[in-house]
Design a binder for this molecule. Structure first.
Ligand code: ACO
Length: 406
């Protein structure tokens, strides 16, 4: 019998690293994370500064082009993005094939992939103009598609984009306006959404971004690559965690809230239970996720604005965080709140249903995926991504079953 492990070892060229715990797959100049310090920079700017001084389209410009825009560049960029917000009218009919109770993420994966069937003039990745137009189309149309997925699930007519509104306000208009009632943007809520988008805009080589790069490495069109990223983001260990964190908090509240935290933590620590503290822990951050701090701040602002300063879910989340951060299980494993711990509470307070949380994450992350995809295509040494495996199956053998034809 051949010992496959020895065979691989003897080639001297094989790294076995399940989950890519210590494998760098690319060079990148976009996002920097210092997990030990809890630091996150986009193109060298601290996430705290960007969240406080910029809007989401400033950050999109920064991620895509490497620099924050000058006022003239910003005006141009805003104009271009807002003039691609409509989707092809035939998309409306495409929607009617879905069940109304479909998860909006399943609808989003399909619709973003289907953009390739509508926009043939932005599929040729060898042409800079095609790549540019596809990038703008994706950033512009994501809010429209996400809001359409929501409206469809509600059985309501779609609300067309309002190009005079800001990116975040336009999205809220498309989510919440009805033919009977025009949504009047609330500045605090619009700013909160804008901040949510900024905080989720990029996060270097996470699972969905790596998927986008891997898909793009084969030369696949940009819409297909972003659809692959959306599909990956959907998982509860990744973008689905904000939905899972909110469900966890709501369950805990229903069972007795703060009183029951001790019991719940005990269950989390029991590996047999399979229960995790959702919104806690991160592959890279071994310190407080800086986005979680900003999200907690935003959460407090939104609740205050809505007169929900005593929101029991927010209080429960803060109590749970405090108890977990004093518990040796979490301390020894360096498990801190991540961006998802508070984001569900903010979005829920803003009237966004739980099933839409991951779609909003996808909307925000689209620019990061595109920036990473463009960076990869611009690398002259770029190769198709093709991981190896450690084969642990049968060695070569003859067919000996009676049904074998001779
Ligand atoms: N609750 C309880 N225990 C945890 C948690 C958690 N949330 N996260 C990690 N642990 C434990 C693991 O069981 C493991 O314990 P062990 O050493 O006794 O076996 C140890 O901490 C290390 O955890 P890993 O799973 O090895 O860490 P990894 O880097 O692979 O996973 C992940 C990171 C997936 C984020 C994990 O912490 C997790 O599942 N968290 C909950 C889901 C979540 O919040 N995801 C959002 C991530 S951020 C984002 O995608 C935007």
């Amino acid at each position: 019998v051949i010992d496959i492990r020895k065979l691989y070892a003897s080639t001297g060229k094989f790294t076995f690293d399940p989950g890519f715990m210590s494998t760098g797959a690319c060079e990148s100049a976009i996002t920097y994370i210092d997990g030990a310090k809890g630091e996150l920079l986009y193109r060298g700017y601290a996430i705290e500064d960007l969240a406080r001084h910029c809007d989401y389209l400033d950050v999109c410009h920064l991620l895509l082009k490497g620099e924050l825009p000058t006022p003239e560049e910003k005006a141009d960029f805003d104009y271009v993005v807002t003039h691609h917000t409509m989707v092809h009218e035939q998309m409306v009919r495409f929607f009617s094939g879905f069940r109304r109770d479909a998860h909006p993420m399943s609808v989003l994966v399909a619709c973003v992939g289907a953009l390739a069937a509508f926009y043939h003039d932005s599929l040729d990745i060898t042409q800079a103009e095609h790549r540019h137009v596809a990038s703008i189309r994706l950033i512009s149309k994501m809010p429209t598609l996400v809001a359409m997925a929501y409206k469809y699930s509600q059985g309501q007519p779609f609300a067309y984009p309002r190009n005079k509104l800001s990116y975040a306000a336009n999205f809220m208009h498309q989510m919440f306006s009805t033919p009977c009632d025009e949504y009047v943007p609330n500045e605090v809520l619009v700013r909160a959404l804008d901040r949510i988008l900024i905080l989720h805009a990029d996060h270097e080589q996470n699972a969905s971004t790596s998927t986008v790069r891997l898909a793009g490495s084969s030369g696949a069109n940009p819409f297909a690559c972003i659809a692959a990223g959306i599909a990956t983001l959907w998982g509860p260990a990744h973008g689905g965690a904000n939905e899972a964190a909110l469900v966890m908090l709501e369950d805990l509240l229903a069972q007795g809230g703060v009183e029951k935290i001790g019991e719940f933590i005990k269950k989390v620590k029991d590996k047999e239970s399979g229960v995790k503290l959702m919104g806690f822990g991160h592959r890279v951050y071994k310190n407080y996720d800086p986005r979680a701090k900003l999200m907690q701040e935003t959460c407090a602002e939104v609740l205050q604005e809505l007169g929900l300063g005593n929101d029991p879910l927010f209080k429960l989340a803060m109590a749970l965080e405090k108890i977990a951060l004093e518990d040796d299980y979490f301390v020894s494993r360096k498990l801190y709140p991540n961006v998802d711990f508070y984001s569900g509470i903010v979005q829920r307070a803003m009237g966004i249903p739980t099933s839409m949380f991951t779609c909003i994450f996808a909307l925000a992350r689209t620019v990061g995926w595109i920036a990473q995809w463009s960076e990869m295509l611009g690398d002259p040494d770029q190769k198709i991504g093709r991981p190896r495996q450690l084969y642990i199956g049968q060695t070569r053998r003859p067919i000996t079953t009676p049904s074998t034809k001779t």
